[in-house]
Design a binder for this molecule. Structure first.
Ligand SMILES: CC(C)(COP(=O)(O)OP(=O)(O)OC[C@H]1O[C@@H](n2cnc3c(N)ncnc32)[C@H](O)[C@@H]1OP(=O)(O)O)[C@@H](O)C(=O)NCCC(=O)NCCS
Length: 186
């Protein structure tokens, strides 16, 4: 099946919001919502935004910036606001803002913002080119530029960490454990 994709698609074309009520079966033993439930919702909304922009099936490649700094409670209404912030050739960066609303008081808290890198796949499962992104506001442009920086920093971090791991000499680094809460038991 061949599909005709436009050269560019506006950011607004694929902007998606997913809202879900946090029911008791989503809770952990402490009575708060499981992080895994929120991750699954984030993956869903990232897929929705990415595949809408790409016009194809997409897969999740990496996830950035997942920090659960405030707990989400049972009974809260969680909304995940997703938009494509950046596109490469076959990859897309989807920014996701998660907010939780206490329906009784109307209080809204911003629980986290995360970034999912997705890759578009063709029917044969190969990465396939996505339409470019039509930036419709200064905010869209700011997010696109920020995504370029994020990509550069991540690539640099991966490279430096891989180098550090390759040359890690355990015997010479044991002094780093002096103030850590571990004990060598072998
Ligand atoms: C992601 C995947 C498609 C990359 O395949 P590949 O043969 O290395 O393809 P390419 O090198 O052409 O990379 C494709 C794109 O992914 C990007 N990419 C690859 N690894 C990446 C990483 N670790 N982080 C961010 N982007 C990455 C590349 O930059 C490229 O983007 P671009 O086309 O916009 O420049 C492949 O590893 C895959 O299918 N992984 C499984 C994904 C999956 O199934 N996820 C579901 C959860 S299990």
């Amino acid at each position: 099946m061949t599909s005709l994709l436009p050269d560019y698609r506006p950011v607004s074309y694929s902007r998606v919001t997913l809202t879900e009520l946090m029911i008791p079966s989503y809770a952990n033993f402490g009575g708060k919502i499981h992080g895994g439930i929120l991750l699954s919702l984030m993956d869903k909304v990232a897929y929705a935004a990415a595949s809408k922009h790409a016009g194809t099936y997409c897969v999740t490649v990496s996830v950035d910036g997942v920090n659960f700094l405030q707990p989400v409670e049972v009974g809260e209404l969680v909304s995940l606001l997703a938009s494509v912030n950046y596109v490469g050739r076959t990859s897309l960066l989807v920014g996701i803002k998660v907010i939780a609303e206490d329906v009784r008081t109307g209080t809204v808290k911003h629980t986290n913002t995360s970034y999912f890198t997705m890759v578009a796949k063709d029917d044969a499962g190969k990465p396939t080119q996505v339409p470019g992104l039509l930036l419709e506001s200064q905010e869209d442009t700011r997010r696109f530029l920020e995504a370029i920086k994020r990509r550069e920093f991540n690539a640099q971090y991966r490279q430096e960490f891989d180098n550090a791991r390759t040359i890690l000499a355990v015997d010479q680094e044991l002094h780093l454990l002096r103030h850590e809460r571990c004990q060598i038991g072998y």
